[in-house]
Design a protein around this ligand. Structure first.
Ligand code: RFL
Ligand code: PHB
Length: 397
């Protein structure tokens, strides 16, 4: 088998890359080790930045999102029982975010690729990468009991944090921070609790009130990352959520919990994101803690840079943009890392902290909520920073 771009992983990064390349007349093959049902059913992100929304619309896959998603003009921050609305729409001169689940984006992208006769192999196994330092790198894999080899011009490693691609970059540096927090996430059959998302810092720990559809909602509470979900009965979860977010005049509707799990939190950046003809994108290259709602959006940013570089290669024979792929992508990634780390440390309860550090944390929230400059900074980061194509060293301030 031969193709121009071999893509490992059918997450948001791999599928969007395949879609963008197709729009430029460049052929790709996507290899995914899970089934179509699994990738279309995994509950993950919920918030799309303005740039992601624009990208989905401009490339013709945003129609259902515009119909079924919800545009949010702000969020609410809560601490010490005080609730403060952040009017992001006003503070960013008209930008907003879209609440539309990641697995719906996946369904829309899979449908678009298959409709255009795009090649996606689901349920492959034993994926391995070869000859990435040559001009014809190869991917070997198993499918339907047979062994296959895909000869490519380029390989895009969009295989998430645990995939095989990143490990093929020999001279990489992995920058990492592990947090002492976990998120217990639930899907519950209740009405929408609040028109906008609520991020709450409470003595008992962080809580997030989010949403999915008019009938099903998504909420999170901070727990010990090593805790066992079996310790959390539905009653205990609702009691804890309510204790952290309810105010005298605002009550949280409860109902049957249909899914619950605990995830650990980390910040992670791999540098560089390329080696020879291999380029990695999305969670394969970086992880953010979910507090800033950035993971899926970063994946979408990476593949915009990568698809432009590949396009330049086929149109002009030049690799200038591809050579700068890591540099351009990492500039935005590090800024999103900083924002996600900042939101996480400001909003979570760190039980190793002294009363002094707790005082500083609450005073930071107090400052953010009362300073237009700080609220503007939070807002422009939350709705998403643009990709910057210039080298950072050339920017004069
Ligand atoms: P994905 O989605 O992990 O996709 C990688 C794909 O590669 C496949 N794969 C392989 N395929 C073939 N061979 C192999 N050896 C393979 N190994 C892996 C996998 O099966 C998978 O299908 O990575 P991608 O495309 O980079 O997308 C990244 C996003 O999924 C991720 O960053 C977000 O979900 C993070 N995230 C959020 N991001 C946001 O932008 N906004 C949010 O509100 C948000 N909330 C969240 C989140 C992540 C969460 N969890 C569960 C970590 C909330 C949570 C709780
Ligand atoms: C979600 O709805 O899953 C969600 C929303 C906001 C976040 C993280 C996750 O910051």
């Amino acid at each position: 088998m031969k193709t121009q771009v071999g893509i490992i992983g059918a997450g948001p990064a791999g599928l969007m890359l395949s879609h963008l390349l197709h729009l430029e007349g460049i052929e790709s093959v996507v290899l995914e080790n899970r089934s179509r049902d699994e990738i279309e059913g995994t509950i993950r992100a919920g918030v799309l930045e303005q740039m992601t929304v624009d990208l989905l619309n401009e490339t013709g896959v945003g129609e259902r999102m515009m119909r079924e998603g919800h545009i949010h003009h702000g969020i609410e921050l809560q601490y010490n029982g005080i609730r403060q609305r952040v009017n992001m729409h006003e503070l960013t001169e008209g930008k907003s975010v879209m609440v539309y689940p990641q697995h719906e984006v996946i369904k829309d992208l899979v449908a678009a690729r298959l409709e255009a006769s795009g090649k996606i192999y689901f349920s492959v196994s034993d994926v391995s990468l070869h000859d990435i330092e040559t001009t014809s790198p190869k991917i070997r894999f198993k499918h339907d009991g047979g062994e296959e080899e895909l000869v490519c011009d380029f390989i895009a490693g969009c295989d998430g944090f645990h995939g095989p691609s990143r490990k093929m970059i020999p001279d990489r540096v992995e920058n990492q921070k592990i947090y002492p927090y976990g998120w217990l996430g639930i899907l519950a059959e209740t009405p929408i609790a609040n028109p906008e998302l609520i991020y709450a810092n409470h003595d008992r720990g962080f809580a997030l009130i989010s949403q999915r559809t008019p009938e099903i909602q998504r909420h999170y509470i901070q727990v010990d990352p090593n805790d066992d979900i079996a310790n959390w009965s539905d009653d205990r979860i609702w009691t804890e959520l309510k204790a952290r977010v309810e105010t005298d005049d605002w009550k949280l509707p409860d109902g049957p919990i249909i899914q619950k799990n605990i995830v650990a939190m980390r910040s992670f950046v791999c540098e560089p994101m390329q080696h020879g003809r291999l380029f990695i994108a999305g969670d394969a290259a970086h992880i953010v803690p979910p507090t800033g709602a950035k993971g899926l959006n970063l994946a979408m940013g990476d593949v915009q840079v990568l698809s432009r570089g590949i396009q330049e290669h086929y149109q002009t024979g030049r690799n200038d943009m591809l050579d700068r792929y890591s540099e351009i992508a990492l500039r935005r990634i590090w800024k999103a890392q900083r924002f996600s780390w900042w939101m996480t440390t400001m909003l979570h309860r760190d039980y190793s902290h002294s009363s002094f550090e707790r005082g500083i944390q609450i005073s930071e929230l107090d400052y953010v909520c009362t300073s237009r400059a700080a609220l503007t900074s939070l807002s422009e980061n939350y709705v998403g920073l643009p990709l910057e194509w210039e080298s950072a060293s050339k920017i004069k301030v």
